[in-house]
Design a protein around this ligand. Structure first.
Ligand code: MF3
Ligand code: CO
Ligand code: CO
Length: 268
């Protein structure tokens, strides 16, 4: 396989980063997570999602970072905000949040060339029990996937851990979008599927950096992309949730780069 000057790429095309590179990811992840900690106060009935995005845009700059999404394939915003049946890539806009809405806010920053990519669920006011359960199961699905991250396990082990947990709770895993390698680039190999069979897929090695970002639906897993060419929604209009962390494989297991400094990841 092709080696380059620094580091190495596996036969599956996955870059292996060096020990010193963890520090860069840690800082990028920390800043992305801090911004998600701080945006929580804005999430309430009556707020326009564009106001949330404006805040994020300002915070990214104030913290000396760059937005990875502004200008990415023509995308114009500092976040994706996906409300209710929007699965991912919701475009911030003038629509106001309503009591009972659930939403994912996804932020990716670049700090000294390193990418930090994370998303969480937020609630506008009081939400119903079904929405609450969806959020709990999606968060727990991500954490079970992360527990499967260690050298020698495979990407299929990660997907399997997520899928079995979600389906045991009678919810479905979205197939049309996946996690991704990242590091000095936004989207790199591999595709990190949130479903799968144990022992399949590429073998995890120390120094791999990637996201895990399961999208879970209360109804069927199928999605469609709206005519704006970004917004992905559930075909059956059922509620959808997502959580995302950026992680690095260590000798022992993994390091989560995007942990919430304020302990607000699950319940902002
Ligand atoms: N942050 C998203 C991810 O988790 C990607 C957003 S790309 C955008 O991979 F252009 F829609 F912002
Ligand atoms: Co991502
Ligand atoms: Co993201």
């Amino acid at each position: 396989m092709l080696d380059d000057i620094r580091g190495r790429v596996t036969k599956d095309g996955i870059r292996i980063y060096e020990d010193a590179d963890f520090a860069g990811m840690r800082e990028a992840g920390r800043i992305a997570a801090l911004i998600l900690d701080d945006v929580g106060a804005l999430v309430q009935p009556g707020t326009m999602t564009s106001e949330i995005d404006d805040f994020i845009r300002t915070e990214v700059a104030r913290r000396g970072a760059t937005s990875a999404t502004i200008g990415y394939k023509g995308y114009q915003h500092a976040s994706c905000i996906s409300v209710n049946h929007v699965v991912c890539h919701g475009i911030p806009g003038a629509k106001k949040l309503a009591e009972g809405d659930i939403l994912n806010i996804d932020v990716t920053v670049i700090v000294e060339g390193w990418f930090g990519d994370t998303s969480r669920m937020y609630a506008a006011g009081a939400i119903n029990r079904k929405a609450e359960r969806l959020i709990e199961v999606t968060h727990e699905g991500l954490m079970r996937g992360i527990e499967a991250v260690k050298p020698g396990n495979t990407f299929g082990d990660i997907g399997h851990a997520i899928q079995t947990f979600v389906e045991a709770n009678r919810m479905s895993v979205v197939r049309d979008f996946c996690g991704h390698g990242l590091g000095r680039v936004f989207h790199a190999p591999p595709n990190v599927l949130h479903y799968g069979r144990p022992g399949t897929g590429a073998v995890l090695e120390e120094g791999m950096f990637f996201t895990i970002e399961p999208m879970v639906n209360l109804g069927r897993p199928e999605t469609k992309v709206l005519s704006d060419e970004w917004t992905a929604v559930t075909r059956d209009k059922s509620l959808s949730a997502q959580y995302e962390h950026s992680v690095g494989v260590t000798a022992e297991g993994c390091e989560i780069f995007t942990l919430s400094p304020g302990g607000k990841f699950f319940k902002p």
